[in-house]
Design a protein around this ligand. Structure first.
Ligand code: FES
Ligand code: FE2
Length: 271
């Protein structure tokens, strides 16, 4: 089914509206970002397998995040229609095949948009319309709570990157050794980046708290077996080597070294 042609049998069951302090660019980026679904929205989706993606949108197989017996598999297609500032998500196969969600976006300012999602579902008896519509509204409220937080986090990280000064300090006093070590894991800013000092398997390690993929934050993620997992797209990194264990080309930046000088711990520019 092409953009702009709605299945005749699908019934409009309800809408969801939301105003958000984000740009149109962030919103389009989010709509095209199929890979975040089972990670950022892990309460709703268990896995995704991409079939095709491009500037036009994407098509993928998705499995819902229910227990194994109830999990449902779908093929979803999202088509972005920039000319009309909207995207249409269609369920091509699986439960609810023929459903479409039309999302229009309204731009009030450079970082001020509103979206309206309209839900069209085939085969819904009229007396079930309100119940089905309320289910979609609840689902969208949860998804957009997560999406808005991600878009705001990414924008803040991009703004910080753009404002970065070329000045590089050679050393930063982190405080007296006796005061810092009981505070581990200890987070600090050094040369415009956020770092975490931890003791892992008897070894002091410093690693970046910003994901090199799209600047997701590791602040709320625990280090497990020397590995950190990004909450946005699930990339995993070995904090010692910086390598991406999920097979992507990006790598954690080289951390500063942390040394003891007199009574204090210092972060020192590496190299
Ligand atoms: S921002 Fe995409 S995996 Fe971290
Ligand atoms: Fe999302």
């Amino acid at each position: 089914m092409g953009v702009g042609v709605l299945s005749a049998s699908a019934l409009w069951v309800g809408s969801y509206q939301r105003r958000m302090p984000v740009s149109l660019d962030r919103m389009y980026e989010n709509a095209l970002d199929w890979a975040h679904l089972p990670f950022l929205h892990q309460r709703s989706f268990a896995s995704i397998e991409l079939i095709e993606a491009g500037n036009w949108g994407w098509r993928a197989g998705l499995v819902s995040a229910k227990n194994a017996e109830q999990a449902e598999a779908f093929i979803i297609e999202l088509r972005l229609d920039r000319a009309h500032r909207r995207w249409i998500s269609s369920t091509l196969e699986g439960p609810g095949a023929g459903s479409e969600i039309w999302t229009h976006v309204f731009e009030y300012g450079s970082r001020d948009i509103a979206i309206q999602a309209d839900f069209f579902v085939p085969g819904v008896p009229l007396d079930q319309k309100a119940r089905v519509g309320a289910g979609y509204q609840k689902l969208y409220q949860g998804l957009y709570d997560e999406d808005e937080a991600m878009m705001l986090g990414r924008q803040a990280a991009l703004d910080q990157k753009a404002a970065k000064t070329p000045l590089v300090s050679e050393a930063l006093d982190l405080g007296p050794v006796e005061a810092v070590l009981p505070l581990l894991p200890f987070d600090f800013d050094f040369n415009d980046q956020r770092w975490r000092l931890v003791k892992d398997r008897g070894e002091f390690i410093v690693y970046s708290l910003t994901c090199p993929h799209q600047l997701g934050s590791f602040v709320d993620k625990a280090l497990i077996d020397g590995t950190i997992t990004c909450p946005w797209h699930g990339y995993q990194f070995d904090v010692r080597s910086g390598h991406c264990l999920s097979g992507h080309a990006c790598k954690l930046p080289a951390p500063p070294s942390v040394v003891v000088r007199g009574e204090s711990l210092y972060a020192m520019q590496a190299g």
